[in-house]
Design a protein around this ligand. Sequence first.
Ligand code: 13P
Length: 258
Amino acid sequence: MRRKIVAGNWKMNTTVPEGLKLVEDIVAKLEDVPADVQLIINTPFTHLYPVAESLNGIKCPVCRGKIALGAENCADKEKGAYTGEVSAAMLASIKGVEYVILGHSERREYYGETNALLLEKARLALANGLKVIYCCGEALEDRKAGKHFDVVAEEIKSVLFELTPEQMKNVIVAYEPIWAIGTGETATKEQAQEIHAFIRKTLAEKFGELAEETSILYGGSCKPSNAKELFAQKDIDGGLIGGASLKADDFIAIAKSY
Ligand code: 13P
């Protein structure tokens, strides 16, 4: 059974106190989250340690199990003289940090991250015991030109196809069409289902049955009003949520859409 996942990507938002308040508000509503839905919050590096401490302090084991924590990026090098970078080992050394987002289109576009670099990052993250949320998705020009399948296939093949099946078990894929991120424009449920099914079929070429077990999340202006119809699609296993994950009520409402 694939896991149902609702993950938040906070991006570069909130100060540490604001982030802790947001976590507190989310935790206060955990009882409303269905038992089979895994929440993951991915925060800026500065927030990870205090947020982990806050989550580790949750008394009820069932509620604690509903929420996990991740980072939004990690370095492509193991350690050393790389000023300003944060390694996978550093992230994994914080008790409670389990995930890292890699390959977000904002990192690809604004920081020039290539598939080759992302493969290095993914290998290091997985070697350090982190689970990877690997993002892929096409730009508007690609979709208009009918190239979206090719773009997504390339992002999947050049990174994920280089992993072993054992490593792939710790990867979640997030499909995020760039034209839908932060724009208020969402892929229709048909568009999203079509490409999610394509991603699963592509994964099956390399990983066979494992593709059926891989969670594939949709991201791009996912909100309480559209989450239900998106999550009802056969190959959509949840969402990677940007803006709406910064409001506890909206984030929980999305989780309740299952
Ligand atoms: P929005 O939900 O703000 O469109 O962002 C999606 C996203 O980029 C999540 O990683």
